[in-house]
Design a protein around this ligand. Structure first.
Ligand code: PAF
Length: 284
């Protein structure tokens, strides 16, 4: 495995592999099993060609009161995991390498990113789109893997690829969970013991709602979301930030089942820590 820290080193490595299929797994580090499953997917997709990862805590996707400064950074341990999971090339640039000091162009998504997490984190998805577009160029990626855990991010990136004609195949990776169902996230480390104990209520409730819809017990999105609210708020430390059933492609709220592919997305605060999760729902 090769580790490069500058754009110039990255370019010269790629120049030596002009014909290889290149599959990228972009990350912000603090790697866990959710990320390594994406590395495995990138490795599988690249076959005998090149599986690549980036480790970069992207400042432009954090709001002024968010956790950019305290976001966990553990490069040594991260590099070990990359190597163990078959990554050939890692780009781990220092903060100043990625953006020009007077950078004045960014990508603005104006539809899918207005609600859900985007509604709560203004500018977040513009920062994500901008850095991901830069990474696609820098790595000359043919394909890139993104976790379904960040479902809105996946949908926004698919839209960016469509609207800006990137020739990059987007490969979704299923959410990886702890044994009790809690979705893997770097932010789980912020939970207190008591919060961690209650956090599995998220996925238990999502599963329960999906079953309720399949069985006909919950017959409209409104009823399903109300059921979810009651169940999640029965956990004393949980506070719902949003809960919505949307069309998987457009992320527009659905007011009935039977049209498009519905997806239920939630964000819940446990203390100061905000956890997100989502599930696909039966379409009728
Ligand atoms: O999902 C993430 O970790 C980040 O949003 C990404 C895609 C690496 C862009 O910084």
């Amino acid at each position: 495995m090769e580790v490069v820290t500058s754009k110039e080193q990255l370019r010269s490595w790629l120049d030596k592999h002009p014909h290889a299929k290149k599959v990228l797994a972009p990350t912000m580090g603090a790697l866990h099993r959710g990320h390594t499953s994406l590395f495995d997917l990138a490795r599988e997709k690249a076959g005998d060609d090149v599986a690549m990862a980036s480790i970069f805590v992207n400042p432009t996707q954090f709001g002024p009161n968010e956790d950019f400064g305290s976001y966990p950074r553990q490069l040594e341990a991260d590099l070990e995991l990359c190597e163990k999971h078959g990554i050939d090339l890692v780009f781990a640039p220092p903060a100043g390498e990625v953006y020009a000091e007077n950078a004045s162009i960014s990508i603005h998504e104006k539809s899918l990113s207005t609600g859900l997490c985007g509604g709560k984190r203004p500018g977040h998805f513009d920062g994500v789109c901008t850095v991901v577009a830069k990474l696609f160029h820098l790595f000359r990626a043919d394909a890139a893997v993104f976790g379904e855990k960040d479902f809105q991010q996946l949908a926004v990136i698919r839209r960016m690829v469509r609207d800006l004609d990137f020739e990059v195949e987007i490969v979704p990776g299923p959410t990886v969970r702890e044994e009790d169902g809690l979705a893997m996230s770097s932010r789980n480390a912020y939970l207190s013991e008591a919060e961690r104990e209650q956090a599995p209520i998220l996925f238990q409730t999502l599963t329960d709602v999906a079953k309720g819809i399949s069985s006909g017990r919950l017959s409209s999105p409104e009823e399903a979301v109300e059921h979810l609210r009651q169940k999640i708020e029965s956990a004393p430390l949980a506070r719902i930030d949003y809960a919505e059933i949307v069309n998987s492609d457009t992320l527009e709220p659905l007011d009935k089942f039977g049209i498009g592919e519905p997806r239920l997305l939630v964000a819940v605060f446990f203390g100061k820590t905000r956890l997100i999760d989502n599930v696909g729902l039966p379409s009728s």
